[in-house]
Design a protein around this ligand. Structure first.
Ligand SMILES: Nc1ncnc2c1ncn2[C@@H]1O[C@H](COP(=O)(O)OP(=O)(O)OP(=O)(O)O)[C@@H](O)[C@H]1O
Length: 259
């Protein structure tokens, strides 16, 4: 299974955001970071892939089949976009919220295996202790974990995560990215996460895509992309790439003089 994007163009009215953008094959079991400055179009790209906004032209192909040829139900089940903000009825408990997400995709009758699946995903994300809490009682970071549980429980093929660590503390950033990577490999998912932390992207992702000026400026492994001047140009900073004693990459950045 692989995902590719060819010549994708998307705009809001006359504001052209994606300009014949292409992404080379992303294979199953791969975890890709989508980098790019604010307003580059990362969310727009995710929404276009998930079929949530109309595109002017271009193709998204999953498993040799154009997503235009998927039924709405099939596309919504296989390709899931997790937005930055979390939407769920505040009156539901965490357990109910994840169960509702599961049942939205597979009919209303709740079976014992559904309950089992919800329990398993809560355990996997280490949020079993929140199961009976109401969504309204959760912190921002806890809500982010529940949002992730809600999409993972439906067993999608492609997950598009919009800044999945933005509300998380350091411990939870590391633990959530570890779980996402593990699940991506175990379940053979194609995972793309928009991340603002370049060093987390280098630490966890197999490859990095840099979106700027409406197109993919580069796509490749962290060693290649982080060393490219185009990264600093996109963020309007001066970058310095260092390698730690265990081979880990560390990108330092400074504002350009006069900026
Ligand atoms: N619904 C909308 N209507 C009109 N313009 C929009 C809409 N959503 C996004 N835009 C514009 O499209 C451009 C790309 O926005 P998008 O949210 O895709 O960027 P992003 O890379 O995800 O940004 P960020 O890193 O700040 O979240 C921005 O200029 C934004 O103002």
């Amino acid at each position: 299974m692989s995902l590719s994007v060819t010549n994708l163009t998307a705009s809001y009215g006359s504001h052209l955001v994606l300009k014949e953008l292409s992404i080379a094959n992303l294979e199953k079991g791969s975890f890709t970071a989508l980098l790019g400055p604010n307003a580059a179009g990362k969310s727009t790209l995710f929404k276009s892939i998930a079929g949530l906004i109309k595109t002017q032209s271009g193709d998204v192909v999953l498993n040799d089949k154009n997503l235009k040829d998927y039924s709405k139900i099939e596309r919504a089940r296989d390709v899931i976009y997790l937005p930055q903000s979390f939407y769920s009825s505040l009156a539901l408990s965490v357990f109910e919220s994840v169960l509702v997400s599961l049942k939205q995709k597979s009919g209303w009758r709740v079976k014992p295996e559904d309950i089992q699946q919800v329990a398993e995903i809560l355990a996997l994300l280490n949020i079993e202790h929140l199961a009976e809490k109401n969504i309204s009682e959760l912190s921002g970071g806890q809500k982010q974990l529940v949002a992730l549980a809600r999409i993972l429980v439906v067993k999608p093929k492609v997950i598009l995560l919009d800044e999945p660590t933005s509300a998380l503390d350091l411990h939870h950033q590391l633990s959530i990215l570890t779980v996402i990577k593990k699940l991506t490999i175990e379940r053979g998912l194609i995972t793309i996460a928009a991340l603002h932390d370049v060093n987390l992207a280098a630490k966890f992702c197999d490859q990095i895509i840099l979106l700027d000026k409406g197109v993919i400026q580069t796509q490749g492994d962290a060693h290649k992309v982080l060393a490219m001047p185009i990264l600093g140009e996109a963020y309007k900073v001066k970058t310095l790439l260092e390698t730690g004693s265990k081979g880990q990459l560390y990108l330092d950045a400074e504002l350009l003089e006069g900026a």
